[in-house]
Design a protein. Sequence first.
Length: 333
Amino acid sequence: MNQYASRIIGTGAAFPETRRTNADLSKLVDTNDEWIRERTGIQERRVSRRGDPNEYNSSLGYRAALSALEMAGKTAADIDAIVYATCSPDTLVPSTACWLQQKLGAKRAWAMDVNAACSGFVYGATVADKFLSTGSAKTILVVGAEVLNPFVDWTDRTSCILFGDGAGAMVLERVAGDNPQRILSSHLQSDGSLWEVFHLPAGGSNQEVTAEVIEARDHKMKMKGKEIFKVAVKTLADFAVQALEANNMTTNDLDWLVPHQANLRIIEAVAKRLDFPMEKVIVNIERYGNTSAATVPTAFDEAVRSGKIKPGQTVLFDVFGAGLTYGSLLLRW
Ligand SMILES: CC(C)(COP(=O)(O)OP(=O)(O)OC[C@H]1O[C@@H](n2cnc3c(N)ncnc32)[C@H](O)[C@@H]1OP(=O)(O)O)[C@@H](O)C(=O)NCCC(=O)NCCS
């Protein structure tokens, strides 16, 4: 047994004000409410107001972080590190983590971004867990937040229906290695050979955003939905089994599954493969869509605050994202 482990002691979430319903989308592209509900389970999503400092990525992260700190009974002065999972940063430099550090006044903290797209929160929480369980830090704030609005192609009906903006945060604290409530394990894996199924061609150092790029819409996210769907179902199921087996558990030992919210049909297919009841799967996709790195922490926060997930219960985070990236994190809340 290790001397230390880590435990989640506070959670928080924040969303932009503006709701964009399926009916709103049907005014932008050739789609309709029935198709989107049936194929994705999404009814509406939140969209950040462009250029409004109150709805910058770090501003949503700030609101989520304040809630998480409050639940944890901590202040900004207690934070040793901020790990910020996002693929839609405020700016490329400095990191969104540093923007948040400044907003919080967390003067002692080191801060960095993690980009694993939709898997980002589990990657970030794993980094935090390792620093805490080696004794290198005592309190770490992990945020998963996205403002995808500028990167979504609002003329592409096959992708724009899926995404939304939001932020989730958790405070992790160092505890004794045998503390019953702790992170039990995490597993990460990536497959860069599958980059093409979800990518954003321009805006990085390979390709500036020029007039030609805008004309070709290469400054917007490109997605091969069907291909992702298949990989996602298989990998989410495999990762769930791997996490449980590593802890000598079966699905009977699991109280709640919190999967990445990309499509309700993906989530249902995973539950079916695992023979795990949908009543024990946390779902918030109908109201927020796919908020990428924010889906798991916002869904978990909501389930904890509503009393659904209770202290002492075993919970599995199970995610996939662009890269492709995959991950799981098993914990006792
Ligand atoms: C994108 C996704 C919702 C599409 O659902 P699907 O059931 O695979 O639908 P298809 O792509 O087979 O399209 C079926 C038909 O609906 C049409 N269609 C696509 N989008 C539509 C929309 N928004 N409204 C109405 N019709 C639409 C297609 O053109 C196609 O028409 P056709 O049969 O005449 O060619 C689904 O594949 C998905 O969610 N994939 C995973 C994406 C994901 O997770 N992305 C994030 C990665 S982290």
